[in-house]
Design a protein around this ligand. Structure first.
Ligand code: GUN
Length: 292
């Protein structure tokens, strides 16, 4: 069993991006600029956004964090999106999800100019990805595919089982894994809460991508020997031994599953750092007008 070291690969890629940014600056171009809107004080969202701001510093980007309290109205948020759409100094921006229940996430996502949608959540980017056109690919799926590629995992012809069908991870990663190309070309099965006999399906998998948000869901009896496992889960579970009182737990019962695997991502330190770095790459693509 070998661990997939997402943190190490993410650090390497951040170094590559930072070098490219310094060349841009030496040519007299301005630094890429990423803005983030954060609503409320959800612990997970605070942590993600803090990591994104720190990654901007490491890559030599300018970053702007715009904060609102939980009681911000949908109209106010849509105005903020519109201001960022029109701000020529901002190359790309994200609205951290989830949003409070009184705000339509879909309305906010669709209000973002798709040319600045570095999260790749706008229907134009989702649609372009699904038919294989250049676009901003959402960060977690892009990071997963990059990890598999950097670890030399043969995806062509592989049986890939995706657990979860979210718009942010399950659906787009299934699309990427099945697309004609390398990485890609896998035979993909997507399992979800309506799936019968999940165990029979996962036991066939050469590659399992677990993204359902249920800690420890994937147990050793669900995994064939030599499988490659990507764990996207990041649930906070109580842990009295930590100062914070919690720790992150993935969707895979790591302790019992890892010995059976050829490769497996840890939580934390696997997919998470790659998600952030994919967002940095999308921002660089936006700043250099490589896509739109
Ligand atoms: N919430 C969980 N993951 C993400 C992400 O990749 N982008 C945004 N904007 N919100 C998220």
């Amino acid at each position: 069993m070998e661990l997939i070291d997402g943190k190490m690969i993410a650090d390497t890629i951040k170094g590559e991006i930072a070098a490219e940014v310094e060349q841009m600056v030496a040519r007299g171009e301005r630094r890429p600029h990423l803005a983030a809107i954060l609503v409320g004080h959800d612990g997970g969202s605070e942590t993600y956004v803090a990591h994104k701001v720190k990654a901007c510093e490491q890559c030599g980007f300018t970053s702007t964090l715009i904060r609102y309290e939980d009681d911000v109205t949908e109209a106010e948020l849509l105005e903020a999106v519109d201001r960022l759409n029109r701000d020529a100094d901002v190359d790309g921006f994200i609205v951290q999800l989830p949003l409070p229940r009184h705000i339509s996430e879909q309305k906010v996502i669709e209000a973002i100019d798709y040319r600045k949608d570095v999260d790749g959540f706008h229907p134009i980017n989702v649609g372009r990805m699904s038919i294989g056109l250049p676009c901003f690919v959402s960060a977690t799926p892009a990071g997963i595919v990059e990890l598999l590629s950097r670890y030399g995992v043969e995806t062509s012809g592989a049986e890939c089982v995706v657990l979860g069908r979210s718009n942010i991870v399950g659906k787009p990663v299934a699309t990427l894994m099945m697309q004609k190309g390398n990485p890609g070309n896998s035979t993909v099965t997507v399992c979800h809460s309506g799936t019968r006999n999940i165990k029979e399906i996962t036991r066939r998998a050469d590659i399992i991508i677990a993204a359902l948000g249920q800690p420890g869901f994937v147990t050793a009896d669900m995994v064939k020997d030599g499988a490659v496992i990507v764990d996207v889960g990041t649930t906070r579970v109580p842990d009295a031994s930590r100062k914070s009182g919690w720790r992150l737990r993935g969707d895979v019962d790591f302790e019992n599953v890892a010995p059976k695997c050829r490769l497996i991502t840890p939580v934390p330190g696997g997919v998470g750092p790659m998600t952030i770095v994919s967002l940095m790459r999308n921002t660089l693509l936006a700043a250099t007008r490589k896509i739109y």
